[in-house]
Design a protein around this ligand. Sequence first.
Ligand SMILES: Cc1cc2nc3c(=O)[nH]c(=O)nc-3n(C[C@H](O)[C@H](O)[C@H](O)COP(=O)(O)OP(=O)(O)OC[C@H]3O[C@@H](n4cnc5c(N)ncnc54)[C@H](O)[C@@H]3O)c2cc1C
Length: 408
Amino acid sequence: MSEFTLELNDDQRQVRDWLHGFAADVIRPAAAEWDEREETPWPVIQEAAKIGIYSLDFYAQQFFDPTGLGIPMVMEELFWGDAGIALSIVGTGLAAVGVIANGTEEQIGTWIPQMYGDADDVKVAAFCSSEPDAGSDVASMRTRAVYDEAKDEWVLNGTKTWATNGGIANVHVVVAAVDPELGSKGHASFIVPPDTPGLTQGQKFKKHGIRASHTAEVVLEDVRVPGHCLLGGKEKLDERLARARDQARTDGERVKNAAMATFEASRPAVGAMAVGTARAAYEVALDYAKTRTQFGRPIIDNQGVAFQLADMRTRIDAARLLVWRASWMATAGKPFTAAEGSMSKLYASETAKKVTAQAIQILGGNGYTREYPVERMHRDAAIYTIFEGTSEIQRLVIARTLSGMPIR
Ligand SMILES: Cc1cc2nc3c(=O)[nH]c(=O)nc-3n(C[C@H](O)[C@H](O)[C@H](O)COP(=O)(O)OP(=O)(O)OC[C@H]3O[C@@H](n4cnc5c(N)ncnc54)[C@H](O)[C@@H]3O)c2cc1C
């Protein structure tokens, strides 16, 4: 008897249905309002916290699902509800993962609860890596962290940009260069605790889509944080820098590629978000095509419309399968020998853009208005090919992995 199955087990189905209920009853009805307001939907985050969807415990439980499908399932359902609101709910997770990946147990225990707050007083957190001159080219980061040994403090200076929850977060996780000569191997991550002097919000961006999610610059001017805010601690950093200096002397290119590989495991989660948005737009288009009549028959009676829907659904299912494969590989500890994580993000994000555009076309004039959700979904979908590595960067990673060549 084969053990292979693509069926969700009972527990997974239960969680999925519960999340779907929240997405359908709470997120979707609020989507248009928060998109127009372009503000963080605090009441929705609070609702999510009350029922246990906004907490580290919930995400940890899903992360440790042995099949690897927990996180993709959460992302698909929440983003099916609405991408902007869902990002406001899961954005804190990006900072939390930064602490879990690099921090000590004490740091995880101290800072993560402060990132989420509690149901009566919800908080958010921000992960600040991108800079005005360092987007895809993370290694060229200019924000500096200098150690003040006399005071056992780190001094951070620089400007971060595009930070989800930047400036409104209770806790900011900031990536800074400790040794700029080493590129991304010379970076370290720091906690900036609540109300630390010197950290201010720069401009808040007015965006094309995911407008309920707050995106802003974060300015760091002589921000002093205690030594214990260096994630992982000083001893580990010093060892890592020494190793990187040795390695850089012998093989500079490998240093760069190793840094890129660390994102491979987190990319399927973004792919799952894109699947959620694509599926939402496809469902609206399918319903519309069955009920809208022209020339005396439902528009879906025309192959030109029906075949589009067939293609849309086929692409969405293919995207989900790539996401599930990569998530399963990450959980099972399989090496990403063909950059399967990047493949899943590339295909799912391009699918979301394409499918949401097709949905607008199927809805005709209505699709182009804010009376129907597909124009918002199309605006939202554009983010997936940009953040967590653009589609071009995914192709670069895949091509380099497949060929073993330093393709530029
Ligand atoms: C809404 C939103 C939320 C975000 N949230 C966060 C966050 O929370 N934290 C954070 O740190 N960052 C965040 N980002 C930043 C995001 O990760 C970057 O925007 C992304 O990495 C691209 O960087 P860039 O915008 O500087 O584009 P650039 O790197 O300037 O790229 C511009 C264009 O050039 C292409 N390009 C660049 N290099 C190459 C190459 N070598 N080969 C081929 N093409 C190339 C790109 O693919 C792209 O099409 C967010 C961005 C947005 C828009």
